[in-house]
Design a protein around this ligand. Structure first.
Ligand code: SF4
Length: 425
């Protein structure tokens, strides 16, 4: 069996250097999204990192070494910060690539996008939680956001910017996912990310999905990888699904029967078929990237506190007092999260544990223990029948492509906090 492109790993030691740093530049945002991690507010917080502190943070990111991690400015709405373009340009001048995750508000004008582009932004991410204005605007809490988002999307593409589209997968849009994918294919995007809710912030009020529904959606996202470049956020078991599907494709087994997929998977697949093949269908899937909270990923809050993800509100220090490099490399929280031996429950016994590990944010949000098993995964360790084939694809068997932050712009590769906000993590 070919072992190429099963999973992508970070080229550099994840214990020394993150792949991506997300900075919550402000919590100010005019929207009131139902899943907001940041519980965004209309006004900026006086405790935010000011311009000088933000420049210092960029220097700390550069100190990880070249190529520096991708630096994503999220919020709230980063367009609420007047120093946004100055910070993007500063990052660029010291070798840090910067991407921006704006909210779909009236600030998202062509003029602002031009400025951000001219300052050297590597790309932007936008949220799209429904294929119609009714679905999206209801979720975002403000009418008109859908139109603003689509206009900004087209404008950014016309300017030549890389665009990532983030979709929060929740009960309101489960059956709308094929239509969202079609929009992504039609308007064009560098990446589509399906974000699976974490019960934190306003997201606590949204009902959870069942493990079976999540399994169906993950397999659907895998299928859509042939249509659009697709990834998941806070659904690390997508990597398990990608490995299983690659093996089943080789053995010729039907994934519905082999993986026990349910009616939601069938419904989503039928709708995608009904919509017909999207133009420009890809033949090569984008393999999922092996990052997790604290392992390739770090989140810095608006006040400078450092967290393993935007959805894991455990604090490992503050960049005002301790360099980010030191916190990331040596704090007990980050080193613990990088140790697969600390995983509990099924994740601790799982043969996929090293490439998956489950959402530490969801484990914490559900149980209060960041090492507990992933509550939205129903996999029974050891139950996948092709263990020998699997062993050939797991880390150490040469099955991985190595990448670094210079190889792509994953604007919110794990919990940026934005996708779930209104936009999320
Ligand atoms: S049990 Fe845990 S480690 Fe195994 S696939 Fe599920 S989430 Fe991943």
């Amino acid at each position: 069996m070919s072992t190429a492109r099963a999973i992508r790993h970070q080229r550099h030691d994840a214990a020394q250097r993150p792949f991506i740093v997300i900075w919550e530049s402000t919590r100010a945002c005019p929207l009131a999204c139902r899943h907001c991690r940041a519980e965004a507010v209309p006004e900026r917080d006086p405790r935010e990192l000011d311009t000088s502190a933000a420049r210092e943070l960029l220097r700390q990111v550069a100190a990880f070494g070249r190529p520096a991690p991708l630096f994503v400015i999220t919020g709230g709405d980063p367009f609420q910060r007047p120093d946004l373009t100055d910070l993007i340009a500063h990052g660029r001048s010291i070798g840090v690539r910067v991407a921006v995750s704006p909210s779909g508000t009236p600030t998202l004008t062509e003029e602002r996008l031009r400025e951000v582009h001219a300052a050297g932004a590597a790309g932007i991410s936008l949220s799209l939680d429904g294929s119609t204005p009714a679905l999206h605007d209801d979720f975002r809490g403000v009418p008109g956001v859908y139109d603003l988002t689509l206009d900004a999307w087209d404008t950014a593409r016309a300017l030549g910017m890389k665009v990532q589209i983030n979709t929060t997968v929740a009960r309101h849009n489960l059956r709308d996912l094929p239509d969202i994918v079609r929009l992504v294919a039609d308007h064009g995007a560098m990446l589509w990310s399906a974000f699976f809710l974490v019960p934190t912030g306003r997201g606590r009020s949204l009902g959870p999905l069942t493990a079976g529904e999540v399994e169906d959606v993950l397999n659907f996202v895998y299928d859509m990888g042939r249509t659009v470049p697709a990834k998941t956020t806070e659904a690390h078991h997508f990597r398990r699904v990608a490995l299983q599907r690659q093996i089943l494709a080789r053995t010729g087994e039907d994934p519905v029967a082999a993986l026990g997929l349910g009616s939601l998977y069938r419904e989503l697949s039928e709708r995608a078929e009904e919509l017909g093949p999207a133009g420009g269908e890809r033949r090569v899937r984008r393999p999922p990237l092996d990052v997790n909270a604290g392992r390739g990923f770090v989140f810095v809050s608006h006040t400078g506190s450092v967290h393993p993800s935007g959805f894991l509100p455990m604090d490992a220090g503050n960049v005002r007092r301790t360099p980010l490099t030191e916190i990331y490399r040596t704090s007990e929280l980050f080193t613990g999260l990088r140790d697969p031996g600390r995983l509990g429950g099924r994740c601790g016994r799982c043969e996929f544990g090293r490439v998956c590990g489950g959402s530490r944010s969801r484990a914490y949000g559900t149980t209060g223990d960041p090492y507990a098993e992933e509550p939205w995964c129903g996999y029974v360790p050891g139950s996948f029948p092709h263990q020998r084939e699997l062993a050939a694809l797991l880390p150490g068997a040469g099955a991985e492509d190595d990448v670094d932050a210079a190889d792509g712009v994953d604007v919110a590769d794990t919990a940026s906090g934005k996708e779930q906000r209104v936009e999320h993590p």
